[in-house]
Design a protein around this ligand. Structure first.
Ligand code: OSB
Ligand code: MG
Length: 457
């Protein structure tokens, strides 16, 4: 390691070895080419009491950084910001009924409308919103709206209403005793992140650690009554600019459909989602998908299986993407270690909230595997949360994050989510989720509502 003089700062050097270089790297990259002395030390603060300084020129050639501890701030000094504590005064659960513009059919059935649970929390004078992505039935996952409502009411909301909370990050620890129920947990945790971003006057995407200023969008097209109808839909979505078409498949609606789609559009970015419609016995059949140059085949086998996907991945060329099978970061790690997939779909509800979603993202990134953001036919609340999550660096493939108008006559956020003609969504810079909530419309669509408060649960 080169020897350089530590920069002049009002603090003491507690560590100047290279063993923590990896931890300094993101900063090096972010400030590469800039003179670090031009920045105030607070620009490099990584925790309230310590900073890492990196000399870019030296970091490029080898490694040189300093961890410094600050003396307590003098009065009048801005000093390190104390950790903000939130107090959650109430949690409100609402069920909304929203008809879909067009039915959506997967291998497990068709839905014409959604029953959506929204969660709002009151904390220090701000309101945070979350959406529970559980379905109307226990078909995609064992969790469904009635289990989610009951679990939030009896277990999760009471865990949040009890004492101070530092922010969204702390929710998984609060919920740790409750096994499963990820979608219910995610709805509440994300409402906390949403409130936290507003309290900190920071865009939610920034608070989550995002860097992207625009995100690439794809569409998920359900099973239709006829192949002609499907082709018509693909044509519409391509004309709208979407960058990836995903079609739902199941036995009887797969190779025959792919043949027609590919002969009409030989070059579009195309993928399929089976939602667990096949078994390992059908490997020979699944191998035939290789002929269609697919970006991926999503969740071909059982929703609770990872290992058998690794057997299938070894037998086919098309990249497998796991959706249902990935419930948390350990699943992602196991899947990537065993070669069960080459792409991961992250649904924030499926993994239990932003904190775990970030962990799955990081695990995939460490394995050099791209992720993309899945959708669950969300209203504007869940949709805008998906946009914020998609701003993280390793969301390298177009997500199922598409425009409000593909699903709803009227969405409950303002402005509605719009996709540009180039198939991108621009990330907004406003604090919080960046889209206003239309509380009047929410009230109109609400069919049941319950508020839980401290001491009254
Ligand atoms: O597997 O991605 C899935 C919807 C319901 C249940 C499962 C899935 C889906 C979607 C919807 O594909 C994608 C979207 O929200 O546009
Ligand atoms: Mg899927």
């Amino acid at each position: 390691m080169d020897n350089i003089n530590p920069p002049e700062i009002n603090g003491s050097i507690v560590n100047s070895n290279s063993s923590r270089l990896s931890c300094a790297l993101p900063l090096t990259k972010a400030f590469d080419g800039m003179d670090m002395l031009a920045f105030s030390p607070s620009a490099f603060r990584i925790s309230p009491l310590s900073i890492i300084l990196v000399a870019p020129s030296l970091a490029r050639s080898g490694c040189n950084f300093y961890t410094c501890e600050f003396p307590p701030p003098l009065s009048g000094d801005r000093g390190p910001t104390p950790q903000r504590i939130m107090k959650i005064e109430s949690v409100t659960l609402r069920e909304l009924q929203m008809p879909l513009v067009h039915f959506f059919e997967t291998s497990f059935g068709r839905v014409y409308g959604r029953r959506i649970i929204l969660v709002s929390i009151e904390a220090d004078g701000v309101r945070g919103w979350g959406e529970c992505v559980a379905g109307e039935d226990p078909f995609f996952s064992s969790e469904w709206i009635e289990t989610a409502w009951a679990t939030m009411k009896h277990y999760l909301a009471p865990a949040l209403l009890n004492g101070d909370l530092s922010g969204g990050r702390e929710c998984p620890a609060r919920f740790a005793r409750i096994r499963g129920h990820n979608m219910a947990k995610g709805a509440l945790e994300n409402a906390v992140w949403d409130a936290e971003a507003t309290l900190k006057q920071q865009p939610l995407w920034k608070l989550l650690g995002g860097t992207r200023r625009e995100i690439a969008c794809g569409v998920s097209i359900g099973i239709q009554d006829t192949v002609e109808q499907l082709l018509g839909k693909i044509e519409t979505e391509l004309a709208a600019g979407y960058r990836r078409i995903k079609i739902k498949v199941k036995p009887g609606w797969d190779l025959n459909v792919l043949e027609k789609v590919r002969s009409r559009w030989p070059d579009i970015v195309l993928s399929v989602d089976a939602n667990s419609a096949y078994t390992l016995d059908q490997t020979e059949h699944l191998r035939k998908f290789d002929a269609y140059n697919l970006l991926m085949i999503e969740q071909p086998l059982w929703s609770d299986e990872i290992y058998l996907h690794s057997r299938l991945q070894g037998a086919i060329r098309t990249a497998i993407c796991l959706d249902e099978s990935i419930r948390h970061a350990r699943d992602a790690d196991f899947a990537l270690e065993t070669g069960a997939c080459r792409i991961i779909n992250i649904k924030v509800g499926r993994v239990g909230g932003f904190t775990e979603a970030k962990k799955v993202h990081d695990v995939a990134q460490q394995h050099g595997v791209p992720v993309w953001c899945g959708g669950m036919l969300e209203s504007g609340i869940g949709r805008t949360h998906n946009i914020a999550l998609s701003s993280l660096e390793n969301f390298r493939l177009p997500g199922d994050v598409s425009a409000s108008k593909r699903y709803w006559k009227e969405d409950i956020v303002e402005p509605e989510v719009e996709v540009r003609a180039d198939g991108m969504i621009a990330i907004r810079d406003t604090p919080g989720r960046g889209y206003r909530v239309r509380e009047d419309l929410i009230q109109k669509l609400t069919v049941r509502e319950e508020t839980l408060r401290v001491g009254k649960v």
